[in-house]
Design a protein around this ligand. Structure first.
Ligand code: M6R
Length: 607
């Protein structure tokens, strides 16, 4: 998730672009760059936060009134000056910035290299500059159209050329893009907040649309060249609201980003038949076949993602899978060994305990795979293999979209290993692949229907203690739901396997005590319902998370949070969403600082 800016008008472009990039820095911040057109095209770029680029521009200023800029959150290629955008074609006449992922970039790169192209970066974006230049025949919009015809994946692509110096062309598929309409000047950006202090009138560019901006305004067309008559959106948000995309909190914004995060994390990595292509996962099929034990180590929400992973790997690989809190594993003299795979999961890739546990596992000869959201993070640097989730920067301390991306990463890994080992057949791999591809739309459906979740929040907001139950995968989700609730609502909550209730905790269930039960797994449905009945018999208030096809559950639960039915193996992705929203609404009703809960930090880099 990167940030994009563009400007055409009477003013110097570089300061306007830099100001916009600073406002977009929350979208990604490993490097940044700007290009300005002024007879020639001049580019400045620097690794690190925007401050590095500011210093470079002080030293080597740019002059010109047309320009584009970018702040990067790496997906292909480490953060570096060379990999920073903008990227140019070999002549330097064409320059591009891009947000998104070009899924067939390897194939395109090989084709271009076979034709003599030489690339200077490791990015998927640079090929787009080459493609546009190759397709150019006097009309930039036509060249961009032809270039993206060859590209698969997600993109907001912005292109400038010195051959048509007073215009910028941009095209969108999945990744966001807006046009700001000023008086004699026009802006392009990933997000409204970047240009809100220049204008309040916007055109929202939709998927498969192309826009050409000049100082006179913008022309929107479909990717096939049909004119689009887009209404102007007048925005009266305050700047703080705007940074959150109109949402009241980053947490809510990030919850709503989850359909896109799933799409992006899967992007280009999964064939219909369940074959997974994981670019930085380098073990071969022999390693997969010889695998003895899978270890997963992590903390907090990442550990809960690992609990889901344990079930996935055991079911798909039929191998023992051990999940350990990193702070426990590092002191427990674990019997991890050569021939094992240790998966260290961490959104930040900087959690001190997770780094220590991963290092210990690696020292004992295991292969170490980092499942992380941050390209170039410490964890990714000492892993043998890396699987990057593509959640984009997560601002809210309470992790939501990063968790969903960790689940998707583990499904992909399970398919990679399971197909190689032959522990699942092609039909099952195909089923899982289809199920995964349906998840973005299903999560969207949950987000659009949150009335029951608000009702449940009102029902539990004054409780002293709240219990979460589930079995197997549902238990793993219950653990995450409970953590989410306690960290932002400050209510005491506890999750346990449904079968454990009667071994002690049942003594705490009295009239009106809320019990939230996740009940998606068909194989254990009746068993979980038995625990629910034990709760009901003591007057507990049952809230259930269940499939929309479950016709029985209303007999047992006072409130049902419905989720679309899916393959049981994939149910955690849908089931966690109502629990994230429940935590959010309870915390909001209680008036808490949702994005920065007391006593907690986003990244725990101390032991
Ligand atoms: O960056 P990491 O994924 O390694 O962070 C691990 C935990 O600190 C983190 O998940 C924490 O539990 C979150 N605040 C949960 O919302």
């Amino acid at each position: 998730m990167c940030g994009i800016m563009g400007y055409v008008g009477p003013q110097e472009a570089a300061p306007i672009i830099m100001d916009g990039l600073k406002r977009l820095e929350y979208r990604g911040y490993d490097s940044a760059g700007v290009a300005v057109s002024n007879g020639t095209i001049d580019v400045r770029k620097a690794e690190g936060k925007i401050a590095g680029l500011v210093a470079l521009l002080d030293e080597k200023p740019l002059e010109g009134t047309v320009g584009i800029g970018h702040t990067r959150w790496a997906t292909h290629g480490v953060p570096s000056d060379l990999n920073a955008h903008p990227h140019t074609d070999p002549t330097g006449d064409f320059v591009v910035v891009h947000n998104g992922i070009i899924e067939n970039f390897q194939t395109l790169r090989e084709e271009l290299e076979a034709g003599g192209s030489v690339f200077t970066s490791q990015t998927d974006t640079e090929i787009l500059a080459h493609l546009v230049a190759q397709e150019y025949d006097g009309d930039l919009a036509a060249a961009v159209r032809k270039a993206v015809e060859r590209a698969e994946g997600a993109y907001a692509l912005v292109v400038m050329t010195k051959r048509e110096p007073r215009k910028i062309v941009a095209v969108r598929k999945i990744s966001p893009l807006v046009v700001g309409l000023g008086d004699g000047e026009t802006f392009l950006a990933s997000d409204i907040p970047a240009v809100l202090h220049h204008t309040r009138d916007f055109l929202i560019i939709e998927d498969d649309e192309l826009v050409t901006i000049t100082e006179e305004g913008a022309t929107v067309e479909t990717i096939t060249g049909d004119p689009v008559d887009r209404d102007v959106l007048h925005v009266d948000w305050d700047p703080g609201q705007a940074e959150k995309g109109g949402f009241e909190h980053f947490m809510l914004k990030e919850i709503h980003e989850q359909p896109t995060v799933i799409t992006e994390t899967l992007g280009g990595r999964l064939d219909e038949d369940g074959t997974a292509w994981l670019e930085d996962v380098e073990f071969d099929d022999d390693f997969a076949r010889g695998l003895d034990t899978v270890w997963i180590t992590a903390c907090g929400t990442a550990y809960h993602a690992g609990l889901v992973g344990r079930e996935i790997f055991q079911r798909v690989l039929r191998l023992p899978t051990i999940v350990e809190y990193a702070h426990e594993m590092r002191y427990s003299d674990p019997m991890v060994k050569e021939g094992d795979l240790t998966i260290a999961i961490s959104q930040s890739g900087e959690t001190a305990d997770t780094l220590a546990a991963a290092r210990l596992a690696a020292e004992r000869g295991t292969r170490m795979l980092a499942l992380t959201n941050v390209v170039g993070s410490t964890l990714s640097r000492y892993a043998d293999d890396v699987l990057y989730t593509r959640a984009g920067p997560e601002i809210s301390v309470a992790s939501t979209k990063a968790y969903i991306a960790m689940l998707i990463g583990q499904y992909l890994l399970a398919l990679r290993l399971g197909v190689a080992r032959g522990s699942i057949d092609r039909d099952r791999a195909t089923e899982i692949s289809h199920g995964l591809n349906h998840l973005p739309a299903q999560v969207e459906e949950i987000l659009e229907n949150d009335e029951a979740i608000v009702e449940a929040a009102q029902a539990i907001v004054d409780a002293d203690d709240i219990y979460f139950l589930g079995r197997g995968l549902d238990y793993a989700v219950a653990m995450e739901g409970s953590l989410k609730l306690k960290e932002i609502s400050y209510l005491h909550s506890e999750a346990m396997p449904a079968g454990e209730l009667k071994h002690g905790t049942l003594a705490l269930i009295t009239e009106g005590v809320p019990v939230i039960v996740v009940v998606t797994q068909r194989a254990t449905y009746d068993k979980t319902i038995s625990a629910v009945q034990e709760v009901k018999a003591r007057g507990g208030k049952v809230v259930a998370v269940a499939y929309d096809t479950d016709t029985e559950i209303e007999k047992f639960a006072e409130i049902v949070l419905r989720i679309p039915e899916t393959d049981d193996l994939l149910a955690p992705v849908n089931a966690v969403v109502p629990l994230q929203l429940l935590a959010y609404h309870v915390a909001r009703l209680r008036g808490h600082d949702i994005d920065q809960p007391r006593n907690l930090a986003k990244s725990v880099t101390v032991e």
